[in-house]
Design a binder for this molecule. Sequence first.
Ligand code: PMP
Ligand code: GLU
Length: 395
Amino acid sequence: MNLAQRVSTLTPSTTLEITAKAKELKDAGHDVIGLGAGEPDFNTPDHILDAAKKAMDEGFTKYTPSGGLPSLKKEIIKKLERDQKLAYNPSEIIVCSGAKHALYTLFQVILDKDDEVVIPTPYWVSYPEQVKLAEGKPIYVEGKEQNQFKITPEQLKEVLTPKTKAIIINSPSNPTGMIYTTKELLDLGKVCLENNVLIVSDEIYEKLLYDGNEHISIAQLSPELKEQTIIINGVSKSHSMTGWRIGYAAGNQTIIKAMTNLASHSTSNPTSIAQYATIAAYQGAQDAVEEMRHAFEERLTIIFEKLNKIPGFHCLKPQGAFYLFPNAIEAAKLAGFDNVDSLVKALLEEEKVALVPGSGFGAADYVRLSYATSLEQLEEAVDRIANFMKKTIAK
Ligand code: PMP
Ligand code: GLU
């Protein structure tokens, strides 16, 4: 069977692949610690579970409008107003089956063949594949470690062509945890406005910020930037609702309408009861969100110090999300490997610690550790990595 050309080079999501591999080993009885998964380890808060059960009991188990329940759109609009001081109409919002699906649908409706999308590296694994699936061309721009993995307006200007359609800004970033400042966003935004580049602002880690940092959406910086931006967000990370698959896009009405039409032929609508649960997530008290954020910050403080003490691992302190992204090429060399991929493989095979190699994020000298797991497991995992290094260096 010949598969379609468009999937011939499609690779599985590295993050999901590692997570599945770790689970497989665990199920086979191995004592694996998975630091691969980018998903909060907390259960979805009770009041959200209750709302889903109530929706089921009351028979809200039917198709909904393709773009999402009007009552959920209303809550999303209120959330954007409350948190970002941004005003949207329901026609400027689409609810999708996760932020990933919102991004996928967006690229399908904005890209023609060979249209270019600027993707700063390190990037979240799915961006390039989604752009390619829409026949677009990812244009990579290196966010250098000395600039906290962020790109500059000068770098952006250098890669612009008449084919540049959009840029993805992911702040806080997966995998680096870095955030763009207001000034940096304004400077990048200026280049985008001058060159009519659509800004895709992936804000899924908005609620996970540390050291007193606050989230800034590029869309809130001026009415022109709001017009130029599609915000992508959802409840997966903020409310520990990864499996419910609810995300959304907010922005230009024409784009949102096209996305809604496309969704009507692909998913029909996001799961009805998950939409009711999301209404409760946005309506209810946000204490659980803050409690989870607090737990992540506590883990970060402890684990960051421990990791940086391991020979060959060099890590910047993340400001948000729940990942550490150390440079580990020196560690790989010290352990006798040519590259970080091989080190990651050995750590899984010999120490049963699952990490995601930086190659999946377009930064091969790095490795991603998710700290969305218990402190006890995290400390054990870092001890195992330290032991591995000690053992291999001594050889
Ligand atoms: N964007 C980024 C940067 C992510 O890390 C994720 C994680 N899955 C997503 C989007 C998609 O989130 P979801 O589809 O679970 O809403
Ligand atoms: N976003 C998470 C991660 O980066 C979940 C997995 C995925 O959707 O790729 O690990």
